[in-house]
Design a protein around this ligand. Structure first.
Ligand SMILES: *Cc1c(COP(=O)(O)O)cnc(C)c1O
Length: 371
């Protein structure tokens, strides 16, 4: 069986480093907001080309605290996409703001700047592009749009550690950007974690207050805050894994290249890479007709697949009533949701498994339609 994911392999590949980090934190006796968090904040934000990093409890919280820190709240609208996972939108809702869902572009399934423009209203305060599947959204036109309308940008970089667009890293475009260190992400901890990055010193200070009860100094709340801290153990693990991120991303790109080469010339809708960008293949998403039949044939041939995401946000029972949809609706999102399928993609996949996936996909395609 070629698994969709196997985090045991990631741990095995880095075991001595992780054991060392674990011992170091245990010996330090400091488990919350200590040296490891501070060092990770400085190293990770530096890698993204940002002045400040604030470690928080998850990617969702990174989005929420960034938005809240920028003053987004009740009555405000935030434009994002429906082809994303729930946390993008729950973060907006937790601030009291209204998510407005725009459509995606056919090629990359990231925010379509034209649909985003159509979604703007006098209440719009912020555009929140998601750098989905490891590829940056089309930041050129999105930045222009935000600038012309005086809007804030917060980037959802949960799937894009190390990706770039016109030579600039994901997370370096917006007023702030949010990263997740959920275990399966390109840089993943052994538990939950996240980070806000920004160049704005005032915002950085505000997010620092928000993550811990509004404390500027212990037991003095200067604003109404939360408890959303990245813990020392996770930060220590991440510090050990961070230097390996570029090589891990290269391996993902090599697997993606092998897939794309293996599928070339076939009637298969492969992931499109934006010419301005360099993606990091958090996921390798193909599109197929009769997807469920295709997936079950793949399963029979020993290849596990997952859908990202099967139900767009505006069709999610618990979210749809809280969101608005851009004028013109979301036809591309809806069509894609029925066709997308993610193949196994993680750096520890063996070459033999990559070949097995390619063969299984070629064997599982829909028969060509009669002419
Ligand atoms: C994983 C993810 C998040 C949320 O991160 P958590 O750390 O799980 O809270 C947000 N947005 C996207 C696109 C994600 O993939």
């Amino acid at each position: 069986m070629v698994p969709f994911h196997d985090l045991r392999r990631r741990v095995a590949a880095h075991r001595p480093l992780l054991d060392r980090a674990f011992s170091r934190v245990m010996d330090s006796g400091r488990f919350i907001l200590g040296e490891s968090v501070a060092e990770l904040e400085s190293r990770f934000s530096g890698a993204v080309g940002r002045k400040h990093g604030i470690g928080v409890a998850s990617g969702t919280d990174a989005l929420k605290l960034a938005l809240e820190g920028l003053g987004i709240g009740p009555g405000d609208e935030v434009v994002t996409t429906a082809n994303t996972c729930a946390p993008t939108v729950t973060a907006i809702l937790e601030c009291g703001a209204t998510p407005v869902l725009a459509d995606v572009d056919e090629q990359t399934l990231t925010l379509d700047p034209k649909s985003a423009a159509a979604a703007l209203t006098p209440k719009t305060r912020c555009i929140l592009p998601v750098h989905l599947y490891g590829q940056c959204a089309d930041m050129g036109p999105i930045l222009e749009l935000a600038k012309s309308r005086g809007l804030i940008i917060v980037e959802d970089c949960a799937q894009a550690h190390g990706a770039s667009y016109r030579g600039r890293p994901a997370g370096s475009f917006g007023d702030a950007a949010a990263f997740s260190f959920y275990p399966t992400k390109n840089l993943g901890a052994l538990g939950d974690g996240g980070m806000v990055v920004t160049d704005d010193a005032v915002l950085a200070e505000k997010v620092r207050l928000l993550r811990q009860y509004g404390y500027r100094e212990p037991n003095h709340s200067v604003i109404k805050g939360h408890n959303s801290r990245l813990d020392e153990l996770q930060a220590a693990f991440l510090l050990e894994l961070l230097p390996g991120l570029p090589a891990a991303n290269d391996r993902r790109r090599a697997i993606a290249a092998a897939y794309s080469l293996g599928f070339a010339g076939q009637e298969l809708h492969l992931p499109a890479e934006r010419p301005e960008g360099k993606g990091v293949f958090h996921l390798y998403v193909i599109r197929v007709r009769n997807r469920e039949a295709f997936r079950s044939r793949l399963q029979d041939r020993g290849v596990e697949t997952v859908i990202h995401y099967p139900v767009p946000i505006h069709r999610q029972e618990g979210l749809q009533g809280h969101c608005k949809v851009a004028p013109g609706g979301l036809p591309i999102t809806e069509k894609a949701a029925d066709e997308i399928s993610s193949l196994p993609m993680f750096p520890e996949l063996a070459d033999s498994e990559v070949s097995q996936v390619i063969e299984a996909v070629l064997d599982s395609r829909e028969p060509r339609r009669p002419e």
